[in-house]
Design a protein around this ligand. Sequence first.
Ligand SMILES: Cc1cc2nc3c(=O)[nH]c(=O)nc-3n(C[C@H](O)[C@H](O)[C@H](O)COP(=O)(O)OP(=O)(O)OC[C@H]3O[C@@H](n4cnc5c(N)ncnc54)[C@H](O)[C@@H]3O)c2cc1C
Length: 468
Amino acid sequence: MVVLAPEAAATAPVGLRGCKALVAAGLGDSTLFPSTAGNGYRASLDSYYSLDVREIKPACVLRPRTAQHVSRAIKVLSKLPAGNVAMRGGGHSIWPNNNVADGVTIDLSLLNQAEVHLPNRKDTGAIASVGAGSRWTSALLEVEKYGLSVTAGRVGTVGVAGLTLGGGLSFHSGRHGFTCDDVTNYEVVLASGQIVNANSKHNPALFKALKGGGGNFGIVTRFDFAAFPAGPLYGGMVTAAWDHRDTIVDSFIRLVDINEQNPADSQIVLYMYDVATRSSTVSSTVINTDGVTNSTSFEPMAEVPCLSDGRATQTYSELAAAMSDNGGDRYVWFSLCFQNNKRVVDKATELYQQLLDETQGAMGDVDRIIFVFQQLPKHYAQKNAGGNAEALFQSKIAALTKELEAFAEAIGAATRWRYVNYVNPKQDPLKSYGAENIAFMKRVAAKYDPQGFFQTRVPGGFKISHVK
Ligand SMILES: Cc1cc2nc3c(=O)[nH]c(=O)nc-3n(C[C@H](O)[C@H](O)[C@H](O)COP(=O)(O)OP(=O)(O)OC[C@H]3O[C@@H](n4cnc5c(N)ncnc54)[C@H](O)[C@@H]3O)c2cc1C
C-alpha cells in the first residue's frame, strides 16, 4: 500500500490526487503505483493489446475486486474537481480509449467470475452472469460445462465488456444477432456511485442505451447473458495462395447472400501481405455453429487448395482460444460497412494492391497489412433484442477508406452504419446511429449522469455529448 503524506498530496499532480483519494477511501490495497512492489502496475499495462496503449502511464491503476470497490472509487473520484479517469475490460481496444496518462485507470480484470444460473421455471432460460473483467475464453469454458453457450466474441483474449458494450459480432450472430442483444441485465455503477441493475423492468432506458452505447453512462460491472444449448461447432481458418482470392471472395459473397436461410454459417475473409516474404495470401475462417461439416454455404470452398487448414470439429472455446491474440504491436485500423456487392470488394482489392505499390520501400517497422471482410447482414439486427511508417499508414488508409466509401456510394452499395468496435478514432460511429438514437442516448446520459462525469472526466471512447 502507498500512503502519501498530506503535504505531498496538496501539491501532487491532478491525477495523483485521484490516486490519493482512492487510498484515503480504503482502496489502497487495490491501487497500484509505478513503484508498487511486485510491479502489478507494469503487469496491468503489459496486458493491453496495443503497444501504443501500453506506453501510456496513468498516475495509478485501480484493480477493484468487487462492484462495491468500483462504487467507492467513483464516489470519491466524481467529487474531485478534476483528474481524468479511464476504464478497461479486456484492454483489447487498439486505440487509447481504455487508459489515461497521469490519471486513474480502473482495470476491471479481477471482476472475472462467470456463473451459470440454470432455470428453475419453464418460462425462464439459463443465464450466464459474467464479470466485466472477463475475457471470452474463460467465460465460454464456464458456460460450456453445462452444454450451453453465449453470443461470444470470436477471439478468446478479447474482453467481454468492450465487445458487448459496442454491440458484439459472434459466430452465433446468425441466430442470436449482436452479443448485446442477448444481455438480459447489466449491473452498472453510475457516476453517483450507486449500483443499479438495468434490464427490461428496472431502468429500461439505460438498458436500451447500453446496447451499443459504450462507456457513456456508467461502469458495467456484470453482464447477465441469456445462455442457450450448444454443442461443438465445425470450422476454422483456411489459408490459400493469393491466386485463389476470387474463388474465396465469390464463396463469401454467396454465403452472405444465403445467410438468412443458413444462419449457423459464417465466414471471414482476410488478405494478408507479409512484409518479410513480400507476398500476399488469402485466408478464410468458415464456421457452422451446428457442427455441420458440409453445409451448402461451404461448397465453393471445396475447390480451393489450402496452404494450411485449421478446420475441425471443436468447441467454441477451443476455437476462440486458437484464434487468441495478445497483441503487442502498433495498429492502424479503419472500418467501413457496405452492401454485399462483389464490385466493392474488388475495388477494395484494387486499393489494397495500390497501397502495397505506393508504400514499398516505406514500410519501416510495418510487418503486415491486413484487409478483413466480415458479414453483417441486416438479419443480425432483426433478432430478439506524421513522419514515421505508422503516420504514413494512418493517412494512406484514411484516404483509401474515403475512396472506397465514395465508390460504394457511387454504385449505390453504401450503408450509413459504422461498427464502433472496429473504427478508427477519426471516424464518427455514434453519428451513424441516426438522429433519434442520438437524441435518446443524450437523454439517458443526462438522466443517469447529470454532472457529465462520463462525458468530461472519462475522455476515452466515443462521447455522445460530442455528436452534433
Ligand atoms: C484481436 C481482436 C479480435 C476481435 N474480435 C472481435 C469479434 O470477434 N467481434 C467483435 O464484435 N469485436 C471484436 N474485436 C473488437 C473488440 O470488440 C473491441 O476492441 C472491444 O473494445 C474490446 O473489448 P475489451 O473489453 O477488450 O475492451 P477495452 O479495451 O478494455 O475497452 C474498450 C472500450 O470500452 C470501455 N469499457 C471497457 N469496459 C467497460 C465497462 N465495464 N464499463 C464501461 N465501459 C467499459 C473502455 O473504456 C473503452 O472505451 C476484436 C478486437 C481485436 C483486437
